[in-house]
Design a protein around this ligand. Sequence first.
Ligand code: SF4
Length: 504
Amino acid sequence: MKIHLVNPSDASFGTAVITPRWMYVLAGATPREFGDPHLVDETLSALDPLSIEPGDVVGIGVHTANALRGYEIGRIARQRGAFVIFGGIHATLYPEEAQELGGAHSVVKGDGDLAWPKVIHDCGSGSPLPVYEAGRIEAVDFVPARWDLIPRKRYMWASVQTVRGCPKHCSFCSVWRTDGQRPRQRASDAVIEEIVQLRRLGFLFIALADDNFYPVTLTDLELAAKQKATGRLKELEAMRAERFELMARMAQLPRDMCFFTQITMEAAEDPEYLDAMRAAQIKGALVGVESVTPSGLKDVYKEFNASGEVLVERLRTFRRHGVYVLGSFIFGLPSDEADTFDATAAAAQQAELAFAQFVMLTPFPGTVDFNRWEKTPEAMSTKIAGIPITRRWLIPPNLRPKLYWPHPRMSGEEIRGRTQAVWDKFYSVASIWKRSRFIKSKQGRLVILLISRIYRQMYADTGIATDSARTTWSARWARWLARPCQALFAGRPMPDLKVPDQVA
Ligand code: SF4
């Protein structure tokens, strides 16, 4: 009985930007008596169905964007006589869909780390359960990834998780509802050991794949102190101390390493934290700016963010402390006007963002927005190719609309066109070159130029373009560029690297 883990994708690039961490974690959770699992990341190359034998176990992890391909793989695996198990956010939200369309014998809902060995044993005895309610496990039970199984020179970035869950409640985000609002933070020992293992293999670039790298804000501490909530205050202080402990240990790692994470804008009010990040070589962070206007922030329940001049100053603060920002913006919010696009592009330039992404408001399953949207008369009555639009991930990709939420003043096409124009402006060669002036060497600036263009091709055209020729061309272009780019990310292995000690 062989174990297969499959990360579905419609497009294979031969090289990928980032490792699908879940696959390596479940490889770590696979009982050793079943041997090393067969890992298939379809962003590298497509699954070979003939590799699956009757009685094998095939684990498929899906999120909404790759669910359709995931179901196709599930049906193939089932036809080959394997046990088919689905997991991931989308399967957790729609278990019956994986069973009806993906040939699933079982669906694991929630964190798979502890449930996976039981699933495999149940398959071994021929009687897997239809659903495993795995729930949310504690941080101490997070399983370390099996990085020894990673193919060399195929990924630019490895990924390590330090914390799951986010205390916020943004309307477009499913994290706080699926991973919970109580941050579950790993101890520094577990994290640093994974990082060192990756550097030993030659990985220089590691994404800290966290929901929010800043789980305890200064405001949280002040509030707990003001309310005289002694127990809560102690808990928050311990979490904050653990963050600093981790970053102090990361600061002892080889200086050629580079980390990237995801963080809320509130960290800009905490210079001590930003300085610790810089010392830890966390050189970049995705910051969800979402909107540059107060009404836009209200639209998405993100009023804790700043807007206008204060926003620009906050984003610049990151840079002043050595943390370069990938700003994320949403277009198509109900309060957006035609001039919001230009104002956003200008704010992104003024804030000296290193990178930016501009996405169109899309209600994702598991979010407050989705719950509201799927109850609107328009969503309830629309079908495409016979499929309700409220199950849009089941619609063939070439027939899917680009915009789902009617805007009170702009047409969908206007929002799409203006969004594309902002991408084009922000990622023009001249703009990228100007933005890269913070790097001294010409070679370094060329690397930024290359990465920026790849980023744009992978995420802008393929996500927004309406004509399939442009989408296909973009994917091909990204594939050509990805290979030489990968070489820039690889480092010399350091097999003897020691794990930094705990800081006294
Ligand atoms: S968008 Fe970011 S800050 Fe908001 S809930 Fe999601 S992870 Fe938390």
